[in-house]
Design a protein around this ligand. Structure first.
Ligand SMILES: *[C@@H]1O[C@H](CO)[C@@H](O)[C@H](O)[C@H]1NC(C)=O
Ligand SMILES: *[C@@H]1O[C@H](CO)[C@@H](O)[C@H](O)[C@H]1NC(C)=O
Length: 265
């Protein structure tokens, strides 16, 4: 089985988990372009505290005024977390940000940090206060329970992850087209084989666009009837490289966890 590279951006590699290679610090979409300011108003930047500074580590999606959906592997470390909402340029005050601390973390009970290929890479963050919803900060729409998108369905990944494998970090939120690769294809041996489960969504794999370190936890945005829904939570890529050919970015399939979300939100 291929070694997996989880899309988190974690500085404390001494706390990395066997079989899962984390990379240090920030993360960004490969092959993307700058998003228009606040074009993805449910996208959050998940940040952790080290010393007196805060660092971007993952993405996430606002699903209630005080709840954020992200990946479990983003919050495996015991550090303080906060989320920045209404964020665009991480390097400056855009005037639209709301920064709220995370007061409680609920990870899926079946999540195993030593086996990301098992799935369950999903967590809900409870915020210490309600976000103010406005034109910059909006709730994500989620898919209906069990909804599975067709092969080649057009979706868009967004995040502040690395812009190339081992590459540099963007300040501006990136977006890139990432078409769905159906499970029947993604689970063939030329793609991911049995590493991908039906509770995951594969997207990309053209060797150009991909998620990369720091995009973890963030959304795969797919328009259904003209409304973007968060169909995926960025989970892992191949250790061969973020945009390795025929190794699509793998997401937790949100529609497989609707009842878990409703029970834990
Ligand atoms: C982002 O903010 C930094 C720091 O203020 C600034 O140098 C940079 O030009 C900004 N990027 C864009 C695209 O505005
Ligand atoms: C990324 O860095 C790792 C560790 O230094 C190295 O093994 C790998 O070959 C690099 N990948 C690329 C595509 O540069």
């Amino acid at each position: 089985m291929l070694r997996l590279l989880v899309l988190a951006a974690l500085v404390l590699c001494g706390q990395c988990y066997d079989g899962v290679q984390f990379m240090e610090d920030n993360t960004r979409v490969v092959g993307g372009t700058n998003a228009a300011k606040n074009a993805w108003p449910w996208q959050i930047s998940l940040q952790y505290q080290s010393g007196s500074s805060w660092y971007h580590t993952c993405g996430g999606s606002l699903i209630r005024a005080n709840r954020v959906l992200t990946a479990a592997h983003c919050v495996d470390r015991t550090v303080s977390f906060r989320v920045a909402l209404g964020e665009h340029n991480l390097s400056q005050n855009d005037g639209t940000e709301q920064v709220i601390s995370v007061s409680r973390i609920v990870k899926h009970a079946s999540w195993n940090p030593n086996n990301v290929a098992n799935g369950y890479d999903i967590a809900i963050l409870y915020l210490a206060s309600n976000a103010v919803l406005n034109s910059y900060v909006k709730l994500a729409a989620l898919p209906s329970d069990g909804a599975v998108l067709a092969n080649n369905y057009g979706c868009i990944i967004t995040g502040w992850g690395r812009t190339s494998t081992n590459g540099s970090l963007p300040s501006i939120l990136q977006q890139a087209p990432l078409p769905v690769v159906a499970h029947s294809t993604c689970s063939t041996s030329s793609y991911w084989g049995s590493t991908v489960k039906t509770t995951m969504v594969c997207a990309g794999g053209d060797g150009v666009t991909a998620g990369c370190n720091g995009d973890s936890g963030g959304p795969l945005n797919c328009a259904v009837n003209g409304v973007y829904q968060v169909h995926g939570i960025a989970s892992f890529v191949s250790s061969l490289g973020c945009n390795a050919y025929l190794k699509p970015t793998v997401f937790t399939r949100v529609s497989a966890y609707i009842s878990w979300i409703n029970a834990n939100v």
